[in-house]
Design a protein around this ligand. Structure first.
Ligand code: COA
Length: 353
C-alpha cells in the first residue's frame, strides 16, 4: 500500500504585526522579558470582524492546493486542526469546505483537537487513510486565531505574550516512489496533566477544582442550564487559558527528544541523518535545547517563533512551508517534525521529501 507524501504546502499569516513593545501598552511586560524567556520579537494578529480561523486556514489551503496541482473540488477529505475554532460546533472542517467552494458531498471533514500537536496527529491520520486506499487528496490545515481569546491584561501576560495567529496547510497524496513520503509517525498522550495547559470554560465538565481548592467551574447550583457561561466566569476571568509554564517547559524538552529518537530508531536513522528538523514553535529556548541535545547544526533546524510567536496547530506547517520556500526540505531531504503541547499530547513524523 502506498504511504502518504506532501504534494503541496502553503501558509498565511495576518498582515498586522504586533511587537513586544506594543503589548506593553496593555500589560506590565517588556520586550526584554519576552525575548529572553521565549525568543519572540513579534507576532501577527488577525483583523477583527474580517478574519476567522477558517478564513486564515482557507488562504493557506488555496496555496497548498495549487502547489499540489489539483483544484479544491478534487480534495476528498479535509482535516482541520485548531484550538481556536470559529464555533464551539460545528467544527472548522465543514466551514473550510464551504469557504473553498467545495460543493460535492463525496468528501469527509474531520476536526482535530490536539492543540500544539494537532498538525502531527493530523498528518498521521492522513497517512493512514492514504495507506488504506480510502482517500487520494487529503487537505490538512492547522490554523489559529488566538488573539480573539487571550487575556491582554497583566493577569494573563504569561500566556498572552506567547501566542500568535496564522495558518498552514498541506495536501497529502499517495507516494509512488520507494523510500519516500511519510516514513513513520509516533503519537503519545498523558491525560494526567490535562488541566496544566487548558481552557476549561466554557465546558460541560460539571465542575472542576484545582488542587489548591480554587474553583474553576464558576457557576452557582442550578438543577439544569444556566451554567455553561456565567457572569462569574466573565467577572473572574475564567474564560481565558491557563498554563503552568514551568511544568510545560520541563516536560516538553524531555518528550521532544524522546519522540524524535523513537521515530529515528523505528526507521533505522540517527539524529545526524536529519536534513531538517521542524519543531513545533513553542519557545525558542525549547527548540535550542533540542538542537543542542541532537547536536544539529544551525542550518538543520527551522525556527520562526521570533516573528510569529507560538501559532499552536499552525506552527509546524507555517515553519515547514517557510523552510521549503527558502530552499530547505527539498526533494530527497529527511525532514523530522515534532510537537508537544496541551493534553499533554506529543508526537513526531519522519518524512523523506
Ligand atoms: N512579562 C513580564 N513578566 C512576566 C510575564 C511577562 N509576559 N509573564 C510572567 N512574568 C513574571 C511572573 O509573574 C513571575 O514574576 P514573579 O517572579 O514576580 O512572581 C516571573 O515573571 C517568572 O514567571 P514564571 O512563570 O516562573 O516564568 P518562566 O521563567 O517559567 O517563563 C514562560 C514563563 C511561559 C516563558 C515559560 O514557562 C515557558 O516558556 N514555558 C513553556 C510554555 C510553552 O511552551 N507553552 C506552549 C506549549 S506548546
Amino acid at each position: 500500500m502506498a504511504n502518504g507524501k506532501i504534494a503541496g504546502m502553503g501558509f498565511y499569516v495576518p498582515e498586522r504585526v504586533v511587537t513586544n513593545e506594543k503589548l506593553t501598552e496593555y500589560m506590565d511586560t517588556s520586550d526584554e522579558w519576552i525575548q529572553e524567556r521565549t525568543g519572540i520579537k513579534e507576532r501577527r494578529y488577525s483583523k477583527r470582524h474580517e478574519e476567522s480561523t477558517t478564513s486564515l486556514g482557507a488562504k493557506a489551503a488555496r496555496i497548498a492546493i495549487e502547489r499540489a496541482g489539483i483544484t479544491p473540488e478534487e480534495v476528498d477529505f479535509i482535516i482541520f486542526a485548531t484550538l481556536s475554532p470559529d464555533y464551539y460546533f460545528p467544527g472548522c472542517g465543514v466551514l473550510l469546505q464551504r469557504e473553498l467552494g467545495i460543493t460535492k458531498t463525496e468528501i469527509g471533514a474531520l476536526d482535530i483537537r490536539n492543540q500544539c500537536s494537532g498538525f502531527v496527529y493530523g498528518l498521521s491520520v492522513a497517512d493512514q487513510y492514504i495507506r488504506s486506499g480510502m482517500y487520494k487528496n487529503i487537505l490538512l490545515v492547522g490554523a489559529e486565531n488566538h488573539s480573539m481569546g487571550l487575556d491582554f491584561t497583566t493577569r494573563g501576560r504569561n500566556v498572552s505574550v506567547i501566542f500568535g495567529d496564522g495558518a498552514g496547510a498541506v495536501v497529502i497524496q499517495p507516494n509512488e516512489e520507494e523510500g519516500k513520503g511519510i516514513l513513520t509517525s509516533k503519537l503519545h498522550s498523558d491525560g494526567t496533566y490535562a488541566e496544566e495547559l487548558a481552557l476549561i470554560n466554557p465546558g460541560a465538565h460539571g465542575g472542576y477544582f484545582r488542587e489548591d481548592g480554587e474553583a474553576y467551574f464558576g457557576y452557582e447550583a442550578a438543577e439544569f442550564g444556566k451554567t455553561f457561561v456565567t457572569q462569574k466566569m466573565l467577572d473572574e476571568a475564567m474564560l481565558f487559558p491557563y498554563m503552568n509554564g514551568q511544568l510545560v517547559f520541563k516536560t516538553a524538552v524531555v518528550k521532544f527528544i524522546e519522540v524524535i529518537h523513537e521515530a529515528l530508531a523505528s526507521t533505522g536513522y540517527e539524529a545526524q541523518d536529519i536534513d531538517l528538523l521542524v519543531p513545533h514553535q513553542a519557545n525558542l529556548r525549547i527548540s535550542q535545547f533540542i538542537q543542542k541535545k541532537l547536536r544539529l547544526a544551525d542550518e538543520r533546524i527551522w525556527n520562526n517563533i521570533q516573528r510569529y510567536g507560538n501559532t499552536t496547530a499552525a506552527s509546524i506547517p507555517i515553519a515547514l512551508t517557510e523552510a521549503w520556500e527558502n530552499g530547505k526540505a527539498q526533494e530527497g531531504d529527511l525532514v523530522c517534525l515534532a510537537a508537544f503541547g496541551s493534553g499533554f499530547t506529543w508526537g513526531s513524523v519522519l518524512i523523506r521529501m
